[in-house]
Ligand binder design. Sequence first.
Ligand code: ADP
Ligand code: MG
Length: 141
Amino acid sequence: MGNRTLAIIKPDAIRARRQGKIIDRILQAGFEIQAARIIRMTKSQAEGFYEVHRGRPFYEELTTFMSSGSCLPMVLEKEDAVEEFRKLIGATDPAQAAPGTIRKDFAASVGENAVHGSDSDENAEKEVAFFFTTGDILSNL
Ligand code: ADP
Ligand code: MG
């Protein structure tokens, strides 16, 4: 298992000024933040990031939402980071997310669900490279 994942605090959470509380959860769960940026994606960048979902019924809504405001992508490090971060954020639909998870506590809907987390080590590496270059990441220095 890899030790790195790509997290994004999504525009809904930034608009609600919840980024501090979400970052606190991440730190309290033992993740190291190895890189972070605040960005605003264009529609076509959001389409590129979510390329795997192209053709799904929610693709248009998702990419419009992800380019609707600023986002905070981060490289997180911890043993089994992908799986551990998915546990911390909970199910895609906050109504289905376990108590104490970030999505349960900070998200409003299945579309606007506060955070992104990579779903495999392979995708984590691709997603890290989408937002960061080697020199941006502390653990690489
Ligand atoms: P996850 O983010 O939990 O890995 P997916 O990869 O299945 O979930 O979907 C990517 C993102 O697309 C979700 O986080 C959510 O923002 C959005 N999404 C997924 N399913 C739906 C849906 N049924 N309706 C609206 N948006 C959705
Ligand atoms: Mg996913």
